[in-house]
Design a protein around this ligand. Structure first.
Ligand code: BYC
Length: 313
């Protein structure tokens, strides 16, 4: 008589053989929970991430800059929607995810709790924040959960346009007047360290990394990605003739990597706990937008219902 294969064994085999796990496949509950946590936090980051840049849409210095920034911010909304949909395939509702964001239960990326003080911040965010996002997200195109991996493919293509638009702003400012160059340098000074924190805690203080790498959700550790980012970004800063605000930043011939200074982890955890410069403002903006959009959701539901009824007739 044929024996039913052990579902855990089948799951392990699929992961080992680089096959994707799909929504209807059996999966261990902790794997499902980890994915719901990571994908929903990722979705929240995209949506909350619209706010710092949204701040500059009405103050962009030209029509061209305004149109590009508007398109970028709209892309972030799209990314949030693909990611919420990917998380929904794991059995969590969108309402629940949004409620967890609004109650402060769910996290979103620490980086979006910093203020955008000048136009140069649009350049620094595109160059550095989207640059860090790409470093983290390209490996996620090979993550073991199918819907997440597929969402990441399109997201990464758009992120690479975002990174280029940011770098182009930085190039314009860095090669412009003295005041413009000073603005670019000031933005780099303020964003550099928070961007390094985006990759998450050090590996020996990251409770989730080992298991997530075993499941092939994560392909590289937080420290590995942070190092790759520093190595890729230093030459870009040199090309701009801007100075990375780290006196300990130095090429290490033996390691074949840049050494860099100590990150202020106390600041990171304060921001993650909700005490960053803009945490309250960000959550309030999301809660307000959700409340004000209620009539749109109601109208969309009523229209969808009407269409279903007309098909049923
Ligand atoms: N901020 O064990 P760890 C974008 C939390 S959007 C806040 O290493 P994990 C963009 C972590 O959640 C970019 N919290 O966790 C959008 C965990 O707490 P919980 C967003 C952080 O999951 C608009 C605890 O610390 N990208 O690019 O293995 C405009 C311990 O950490 C952070 C993604 O979301 C942080 N920075 O690794 C422009 C990528 N770091 O959940 C740009 C997908 C850590 O146990 N996510 N924590 O309570 C990931 O790759 C991983 O979740 C992380 C963390 C590398 C972020």
């Amino acid at each position: 008589m044929m024996q039913t294969p052990d579902p855990q064994l089948l799951f392990d085999l699929k992961v080992a053989e680089e096959q994707r796990i799909e929504p209807k496949d059996w999966m261990p509950e902790p794997y499902r929970r980890t994915l719901i946590r990571q994908i929903s936090q990722h979705a929240h980051s995209e949506i909350v991430g619209m706010l710092p840049e949204g701040n500059w849409i009405t103050r962009a210095p030209s029509l061209r800059r305004k149109a590009v920034l508007l398109a970028k911010v709209q892309d972030e909304a799209g990314h949030g929607l693909y990611l919420y949909s990917a998380a929904e395939t794991l059995g969590v509702s969108r309402e629940q995810m949004i409620a967890d964001l609004h109650s402060g239960k769910a996290k979103y990326s620490s980086i979006f709790n910093y203020p955008t003080l000048s136009w140069a911040d649009m350049g620094a965010i595109g160059w550095l924040v989207d640059g860090a996002a790409i470093m983290n997200q390209v490996p996620l195109c090979r993550t073991s959960y199918g819907p997440y991996a597929r969402a990441m493919v399109r997201i990464c293509k758009e992120e690479s346009f975002h990174q280029r638009q940011g770098y182009e702003i930085m190039m314009t400012l860095a090669k412009g007047s003295q005041e413009q160059k000073a603005m670019a340098q000031d933005a780099l000074n303020r964003w550099w360290w928070p961007v390094l924190m985006m990759f998450g805690p050090k590996d020996d203080e990251s409770p989730n990394t080992a298991q997530s790498m075993q499941w092939k959700i994560k392909r590289f550790s937080n420290d590995e990605l942070r190092q790759k980012f520093v190595d890729a970004t230093v030459p870009q800063a040199e090309y701009l003739d801007l100075t990375i605000p780290d006196p300990d930043l130095k090429w290490n011939e033996a390691r074949g990597h840049y050494d860099f200074g100590a990150i202020n982890w106390e600041e990171f955890w304060e921001v993650v706990k909700g005490n960053g410069p803009c945490n309250r403002q960000r959550l309030e903006a999301r809660q307000k937008a959700h409340a004000e959009g209620e009539w749109v959701r109601e109208a969309a539901m009523a229209y969808a219902k009407k269409r279903v009824m007309s098909y049923e007739l």
